[in-house]
Ligand binder design. Structure first.
Ligand code: BES
Ligand code: MN
Ligand code: MN
Length: 454
């Protein structure tokens, strides 16, 4: 629609300016010291939704960070789209690897560099501006609700309770989420699935105190060595996860589905060079896209112990720690895999150490069919603005609330992400291409129109 394009063209600098303001708020959900920033950010999202034309916006306090709920109801008998996103971000560390300050958004070569630019404030803001366009051009044909939370990056510990307690408030015909990536602007794609997660932390204790490594070394098991051995045993020579039962519930993708996936363009050399690795790694028998899409994985997210400060200290440490997470695929269940992981670590621990393992958070995998109205509307919207229909792909990341939305609200979810895998999510120098930001704002109104028509 030309009016949408004209409106965006006239206001694009302001749109960007407003996003930059939002990106200046360090809304790091994981750190208690940023609690005031979380409230500030939630207030800012609320304010922006009101300015864009929402007729009701509330902050709902939780045991953690507030949830922003907003709505624009034009007619309760019309279809309703619930937009979900998150205003919280991952911690920016390591800071020395950033080219600019993570909360001082800087535009270089048409890309916004800032923590949260892509994940997910930039993508949430596309929806706020799409609402503004629809309202201000008088072209809204459906109802839009917003649920923007502040705890996605810490596993959404309070959102489930909110959803169960506010089913009427959140009642909608589909959920629209822009919190993932597409292949590229030239090859648009839509995620038809995300992986689940089981995240645990392990503590291995050897002697009851740190010891002199000369006096005791060689006579007492070093918990770091033991932990390293335990971890190394979790994959076999084919990079298959060697925990008995781990793959029991994995839904094996059909040859047909795998053939379809293989059609998505993938340039291995470019992928390797972008990451600076000479060779890729992964489960034998699967392509890179399959390894990150349809197969479960096990990753070490952190490992520490002993002396890690400046200089040397000859110590045989008492403890070693690791953070370990598994990405899950249908029909694996997060609780079941968590128990399996914890039990397995206990079982393989030798008698010279004690192992404590506990859950951080989890979430179920999500897959969606491509014949739902919501998917079709997203596909048509992308075709309208990109001139190509999107390729359905499976995303490797996790948005734990997806499975819960479907279960509690009984509606389908569309994952219409406009980021790129190379946007450095959770890494230093996170970015969001301005072209993707504007393309998203252009595409979202089409989604609402196609969905309302169906
Ligand atoms: N936006 C991501 C998830 C994502 C990224 C999906 C890329 C598809 C492609 C989300 O913010 C995220 O990072 N989720 C966490 C899970 C959470 C429980 C911490 C993740 O995937 O690690
Ligand atoms: Mn995200
Ligand atoms: Mn994230």
């Amino acid at each position: 629609m030309q009016v949408w394009k004209d409106y965006q063209e006239k206001n694009k600098d302001r749109f960007l300016d407003e996003l930059l303001q939002l990106l200046r708020i360090p809304s790091i959900s994981a750190k208690t010291e940023h609690k005031p920033d979380m409230v500030k950010c939630a207030e800012a999202v609320k304010q922006r939704l009101l300015e864009a034309g929402a007729d009701k916006v509330e902050l709902y306090p939780t045991d953690g960070h507030p949830i922003v709920y907003g709505e624009k109801i034009i007619d309760p008998s019309k279809p309703t789209v619930l937009v979900y996103g998150h205003y919280d971000v991952q911690p920016p560390e390591p800071l020395n690897l950033w080219k600019n300050e993570p909360f001082d958004p800087t535009i270089i070569n048409g890309k916004i560099f800032a923590r949260g630019s892509c994940d997910d404030k930039g993508q949430v803001y596309m929806h706020v501006k799409a609402l503004e366009i629809l309202v201000k051009t008088n072209t809204l044909t459906n109802n839009i609700k917003f649920c923007i939370e502040g705890e996605e990056e810490v596993g959404s510990p309070n959102l489930g309770k909110f959803v169960s307690a506010h089913k009427d408030l959140l009642k909608a015909d589909c959920v629209l989420i822009s919190d993932s990536a597409m292949i590229s602007l030239d090859t648009p794609s839509l995620d038809i699935g995300l992986r689940g997660l089981s995240y645990i932390e392990v503590e291995v204790t050897g002697p009851n105190r740190d010891l002199h490594s000369g006096v005791y070394g060689g006579a007492v098991a070093n918990p770091i060595t033991i932990l390293a051995k335990m971890i190394a045993s979790l994959h076999d020579e084919n990079n298959h996860i060697s925990i008995p039962g781990f793959y029991d519930d994995v839904l094996i993708s059909s040859d047909e589905e795998r053939a379809l996936m293989a059609k998505a363009p993938f340039d291995e050399k470019e992928y390797r060079e972008d990451l600076g690795v000479k060779e890729l790694w992964g489960e034998k028998g699967y392509s890179t896209n399959e390894r990150t899409g349809i197969r479960p994985t096990l990753e070490l997210n952190g490992i520490w112990g002993g002396y890690t400060g400046e200089g040397a200290k000859t110590v045989l440490p008492s403890k070693a720690f690791a953070k370990i997470s598994a990405r899950l695929v249908p029909n694996q269940e997060s609780d079941k895999i968590t128990t399996l992981l914890i039990d397995h670590l206990q079982k393989i621990a030798p008698a010279n150490v004690t192992v404590k393992a506990s859950l951080h958070h989890g979430g179920e995998p999500y897959v969606t069919p491509i014949d739902s109205n919501a998917y079709k509307a997203a596909s048509k919207a992308i075709e309208a603005t990109f001139g190509k229909s999107p390729i359905p792909v499976r995303g490797g990341g996790s948005i734990p609330i997806c499975a819960l939305f479907e279960k509690e609200l009984g509606i389908k979810i569309v994952l219409m992400g406009f980021g790129l895998d190379s946007d450095n999510l959770h890494s230093p120098n996170e970015k969001f291409d301005l072209a993707n930001f504007y393309k998203g704002i252009e595409t979202i109104p089409h989604f609402h129109h196609f969905f309302a028509e169906m």
